[in-house]
Design a protein around this ligand. Structure first.
Ligand SMILES: Nc1nc2c(c(=O)[nH]1)N[C@H]1C(S)=C(S)[C@@H](COP(=O)(O)O)O[C@H]1N2
Ligand SMILES: [Mo]
Length: 423
């Protein structure tokens, strides 16, 4: 946990050593003899691992640091807790399931496909129960979506807190889901009994002890919600809801009910615990902001960042990060090196999918002077990611959820980065 508060000394020494070699550009001149090239290496003198050594592969041991981490003091017990995706160390947009953050209210459960049941009841023509096999027999679709816990960045409202993008922004993952549109299953049960669908809801709950029940307006339920059983091509991992979870594109992670067991068509919202005492934000005057479903546009620089110091000295530098919007597609990301005074438009790794992570890069030159790095996302609704002060002005000081403000990293002359606040 040495990242959490102070930049590590090792990073400082490392950058000094590189500077001494005089390597100022991306590659070294092929001039001096390099034993890694001229000497026979161990890995070329022996044979390697046979094909069946690891029937299900894990990352190579050198990458053992790229793991989920939690912040122990955040919650009383790991059973009802959260850990964080190592977004500082990933690139591209897809989050491998094995390091995608987990959030459980009563622990992750082991539920066999054979024991799985999904009930649709309430205001439907015929209440139905689906087995896992039944769900697989409906036409399925593939979509990439991000899932962000509404509490992501929630510790940062009052000031800069956690020294690592994994901890400030790591309650997010982005996967390719395979699933059946919820609409298909609702139509199978028949919505005639519900009458006018305009003011109707579905109440969704999981099979775990917490049940994590949430009300979802019918309009969203019939739009892009998926009943998903695969992620990134393989079965969901236990911690992400095996065998079946709900995918609610662009909306807060809490609504993505795992181990989903029941969907009830109702005419008033349930106002469950998870949508009243939790996942609402109390304003200064005591009233609360509720039904805050959509995750607004947000971005963050993942490298350089406190866990990813610049170790190569000055010269070419790739600044990289992630942007996303629950309203649609990311149109543009700007990067500032001076705390928001001047901005340059970043390059998108590829045209972003809707309601999915988009990777951005700013390919730049670093002259070795300190930087105040920021990124600012814009989505296809024209919405621009706000500063921290703009957000506090709108929401007050009591808020925990839905902090999508612009993040600042201070990078010093040694390349070491620190979480700071520039309002
Ligand atoms: N059944 C059930 N579903 C749940 C939860 C839970 O505890 N139980 N946690 C929710 C919360 S708060 C979030 S942010 C997401 C996290 O999904 P993940 O664990 O796959 O990252 O799942 C949601 N779905
Ligand atoms: Mo969450």
């Amino acid at each position: 946990m040495d990242y959490l508060f102070k930049p590590s000394r090792r990073a400082l020494l490392g950058s000094g050593a590189f500077a001494a070699l005089g390597i100022a550009t991306g590659g070294a001149l092929a001039r001096d003899p390099d034993p890694l090239i001229t000497e026979l290496q161990d890995w070329a003198s022996i044979t390697g691992a046979g094909v069946d050594e690891t029937p299900y592969g894990l990352p190579i041991s050198f990458e053992s640091d790229v793991v989920r981490r939690n912040v122990e003091w955040l919650t009383a017990s790991p059973i009802s807790s959260i850990n964080f995706t190592p977004i500082h160390a990933l690139d591209g947009t897809i989050t491998p399931q094995g390091c995608a953050f987990e959030r459980h209210h009563s622990g992750a459960i082991e539920l066999r496909k054979e024991d799985y049941r999904l009930m649709i009841n309430g205001l439907v023509d015929k209440p139905l129960v689906f087995s896992y096999e039944d769900i697989e027999r409906f036409p399925r679709e593939n979509h990439v979506y991000f899932c962000e816990c509404a509490a992501n960045t929630g510790m940062e409202w009052a000031g800069a807190q956690l020294n690592g993008v994994q901890f400030t922004h790591g309650m997010i993952h982005n996967m390719e889901y395979t699933g059946v549109p919820l609409r298909t299953l609702l139509n199978e049960a028949g919505l005639g009994a519900a009458g006018d669908l305009k003011d109707k809801w579905v109440y969704v709950e999981g099979a775990d002890a917490s049940s994590n029940g949430r009300s979802i307006p019918m309009e969203k339920a019939l739009d892009d919600v998926l009943v998903a059983f695969k992620a990134n091509g393989e079965a969901l991992r236990m911690e992400h809801g095996y065998p079946v979870r709900l995918v609610v594109p662009g909306w807060e992670g809490n609504m993505w009910v795992k181990w989903i067991r029941r969907i009830e068509v109702i005419d008033v919202a349930v106002e469950s615990r998870e949508e009243t005492s939790k996942y609402t934000d109390v304003y200064e005057d005591g009233t609360a902001r509720k039904w805050t479903w959509v995750m607004d546009a947000k971005s963050v620089i993942t490298s350089p960042s406190p866990q990813m110091p610049i170790s190569h000295g000055n010269g070419p530098l790739v600044i990289s990060g992630l942007a996303w919007s629950g309203h649609g597609q990311i149109r543009r990301v700007d990067v500032s090196k001076d705390g928001g005074i001047t901005w340059e438009t970043a390059r998108l790794g590829k045209q972003g999918d809707t309601k999915a992570l988009t990777r951005f890069y700013l390919d730049t030159e670093w002259d070795g002077s300190p930087m105040l790095l920021q990124s600012r996302a814009m989505d296809d609704t024209g919405y621009v990611q706000p500063t921290k002060d703009q957000l506090r002005e709108m929401r007050g000081e009591n808020a925990v959820y839905h902090n999508n403000c612009i993040q600042t990293w201070y990078v010093n002359a040694e390349g070491v980065a620190e979480n700071v606040e520039v309002s």
